[in-house]
Design a protein around this ligand. Structure first.
Ligand code: FAD
Length: 368
């Protein structure tokens, strides 16, 4: 497959303006990685191109794109800039939870401004899914007191918490039921911890939020109290096809670089060809899954299988680019160096235990 063919497959977002957006984001990807500064300019560009309306239903001012188009958008944005694409997924996760809840007043209050980029929301839900699961005590405790919810504890992971107006988060009541709320970040008792320095994606400003007797009016309730609140309603979810689309995007970016190298160095061809075939097959399966074609008879379309394959390809393709780029690729700021660091993110982000276990077994060369 040629480089041009690789980069021009079936776009649902046709037209020059989406291509220009990708070029603009790619042009600043090294800078945002190096400076670690919040991608404010990038989000203004996303607002200009109506990207912020993708997951907002039309009745609230968005475009409500379908699942396949959303996956395509995430994949293409990642080829340009993983920081921007990743922050967008967290922001979209919050919007999807709000859009999918039964609280019509809150939807009408928040969604139009979220769609236009006048408000910014993010998610802090990992303590209800993948983080701190071994602890006896819940990370965030919730009590009901005279019409309000009172929250205490620590939300361990929040991307973009400092610039956010709302954090979609949750906690656990004494009886084990859970709630999900849109927490106004200006509420008394909310303390943003300094973002942690990371292996990559520093500009995502990811950190923890402390909650001390934070009183939230019930009008900010999205779901619950109910057992397993994250299993209710919609949203990308842990280890979902959406998370895989970012890993596929990163692999696609590495392969595009490798193909460019290949034009001058035919000795790379025997390696690049099988990588491109694997990427193409994975991408076909990813989009089939996004269209809802997975059945019990198609285990290769299961989200867990896709995420495992996407993670593996992202890791291997970025390392192949580094090896092919030699010492030059080891220098900070080179696309190969950034790609290798970014690939590591997929080992820890939104990674359910079976995917972690499969990765560990692969590293230990244990064949199933
Ligand atoms: C850059 C980045 C951005 C993120 N952004 C968001 C976000 O915006 N929103 C969100 O909700 N989530 C976010 N996450 C969270 C992410 O999806 C995962 O939930 C998180 O990476 C899980 O890691 P953890 O350290 O919290 O896991 P934990 O399971 O809490 O593990 C922490 C530590 O505890 C120890 N440990 C682990 N298991 C056990 C055990 N069984 N017994 C005893 N000790 C144990 C280990 O030493 C481990 O290092 C983000 C993560 C990263 C890295």
């Amino acid at each position: 497959m040629t480089n041009a063919a690789l980069l021009s497959q079936s776009p649902p977002f046709d037209g020059d303006s989406f291509s220009r957006l990708l070029e603009d984001l790619a042009g600043r990807a090294e800078e945002v990685d190096r400076t670690g500064e919040w991608p404010r300019w990038q989000f203004e560009r996303l607002a200009d191109e109506d990207v912020l309306g993708w997951v907002v239903p039309p009745e609230y001012g968005g475009s409500g794109v379908d699942a396949e188009a959303l996956i395509y958008g995430y994949e293409r944005l990642t080829t340009a800039c993983l920081t921007t694409a990743f922050v967008l997924t967290q922001r979209n996760g919050a919007c999807q939870r709000i859009a999918g809840c039964d609280n019509d007043d809150l939807k009408a209050e928040l969604l139009p401004d979220l769609s236009e980029g006048r408000l910014f929301a993010t998610v802090g839900v990992s303590h209800l899914t993948t983080s701190r699961q071994y602890l006896a005590q819940p990370a965030v405790r919730v009590a009901e007191e005279s019409g309000s919810l009172v929250l205490n504890g620590l939300i361990p992971w929040v991307t973009g918490g400092i610039p956010a107006d709302y954090v979609v988060t949750g906690g656990t009541c004494d009886d084990g039921r859970q709630v999900l709320i849109a927490l106004p970040t200006k509420s008394e008792g909310v303390t943003m911890q300094k973002p942690a320095p990371l292996l990559a994606l520093d500009a995502s400003l990811t950190g923890s939020i402390e909650l001390e007797d934070v009183r939230v009016d019930r009008r900010f309730l999205l779901a619950g109290p109910v057992a397993g609140v994250m299993q209710q309603g919609q949203g990308g979810g842990t280890g979902s096809v959406a998370t895989s689309s970012l890993a596929v995007g990163l692999a696609g970016r590495s392969l595009a670089h490798l193909m460019r190298e290949c034009e001058r160095r035919p000795d790379l061809e025997p390696v690049v060809e099988p990588f491109a075939a694997e990427w193409s097959a994975l991408r076909t399966d990813l989009y089939a899954a996004a269209r809802g074609e997975a059945t019990p008879e198609t285990p290769h379309l299961a989200s867990e299988s896709l995420r495992g394959r996407a993670n593996s390809l992202a890791l291997r393709s970025t390392q192949a680019l580094l090896a092919a780029s030699k010492g030059a690729g080891f220098v900070k700021g080179h696309p190969a160096e950034r790609g290798v660091r970014e690939a590591m993110f997929f080992l820890v982000w939104s990674c359910p235990q079976p995917i972690v276990t499969a990765a560990l077994r692969q590293f230990a060369c244990l064949v199933d």
